[in-house]
Design a protein around this ligand. Sequence first.
Ligand code: RFL
Ligand code: PHB
Length: 403
Amino acid sequence: MNITDIIATTDGRGALKTKVVIIGAGPAGLTLALMLQKQGIECVIIENRSREYVENRVRAGLLEQNTVEVFEELGVAERLHKEGLVHHGCYIAYNGVVQRIDFQKHTQREVTIYGQQEVVKDLIQACLDRKIEILFEADATQINDFMSNEPSVSFTHLGQNNILHCDFVAGTDGFHGLGRKMLPKESYNEFKIEYPFSWLGILAYSKPSYDELIYAFHNNGFALASMRSEKVCRLYLQVPNDEKIDNWSDAKIWSELENRLEIELDKGEIFEKSITPMRSFMIDNLQAGRLFLAGDAAHIVPPTGAKGLNLAIADVRNLAKAIVEYYKNGSEESLKNYSEKCVARVWRVQDFSNFMTYLCHKQAENGSFEQLLQKSKFDYLRISEAYQKTIAENYVGLPYEAF
Ligand code: RFL
Ligand code: PHB
């Protein structure tokens, strides 16, 4: 009998127990579950949305080679390799003057374009095939006794209140989740920047008229040309934070994209449109007792560096390793070092994401000191292999051994 059946038959009062309760079925929670299951460690995922909702949430698109390798090791990369687009470089443009960053030359590594919805679909299917319990539409409401060795998670599911006991709780429940709220306030410092601009993102049935991603600074604001397949484009425009999506007709979006990217686009049907604020956020401690945070629950980076999902996977790789060591040989060493190890990489990624954001977005008046410094960075980028390499090695993802 699985947990869902037990809950249904015990009126919510049965004593439910597993080794690890994972809150949130995003990329972080699902990947952690697969890593633990591979090592024979039982876990249950509690997700407050429906399966359909999480499988269709439009977000990231770019996977580091590190992330792809993790998915390969977990045996969930088959469709990714079939449908994902491998890129060996990207373009960075300043008012139409384009510089290619050659990942192959500078790092011998590559990135893969594959939508987060597809990643989540593959991970959920693998979890279900491997008999990992995912409770959808189950809302975690409280994390109890996590400073003891017998924590538990209270949640509501199918109108019933339940408690699931465990050895460890993973808070992989995103930026608005419960995990970070439970962490004692005095256990961490919080850092954040709220940028004075947002991204208007679209998905369109269009053939990409570019072979690699284009990050474009333009006097009207930043634009990014990405893609999902040979038939679907993903494009973004910098807009003010108070911008209303209704102010942007499809025709205006296409015209502004062509203007800022300075290329001709295949202007197909736009089937998704949304505005996302840009923020950097982190806390510098991810653990209290038996509660461990990972992914967006602990940090947000502006998407200009394409790092959020990749960082979430780096976190859970550390967490899975630490939990496995605990069960295999009783060592708590990696559990103790978990937070410090993750935070070192988070700082690196925060710096790169912040750098790319300031480099590429329009922030200052033409002719101002700030704008001329910004232009100077692009002039330098065109002549400096070292500068290109710095961007390339951060963009493709620094090795896990480094951070
Ligand atoms: P998620 O994906 O937010 O998942 C958290 C899950 O927890 C659930 N939840 C709860 N469940 C039960 N009880 C509760 N009390 C709960 N509270 C929350 C939520 O329903 C959800 O299912 O976090 P996770 O797993 O840490 O994954 C992080 C990534 O989603 C995120 O970092 C990326 O999308 C960021 N990102 C990008 N990352 C990349 O690596 N490459 C990219 O190209 C990239 N592009 C992007 C992006 C994010 C964007 N937006 C929309 C913010 C582009 C954009 C526009
Ligand atoms: C995307 O394809 O959605 C994407 C790609 C690169 C970024 C951000 C988003 O930097």
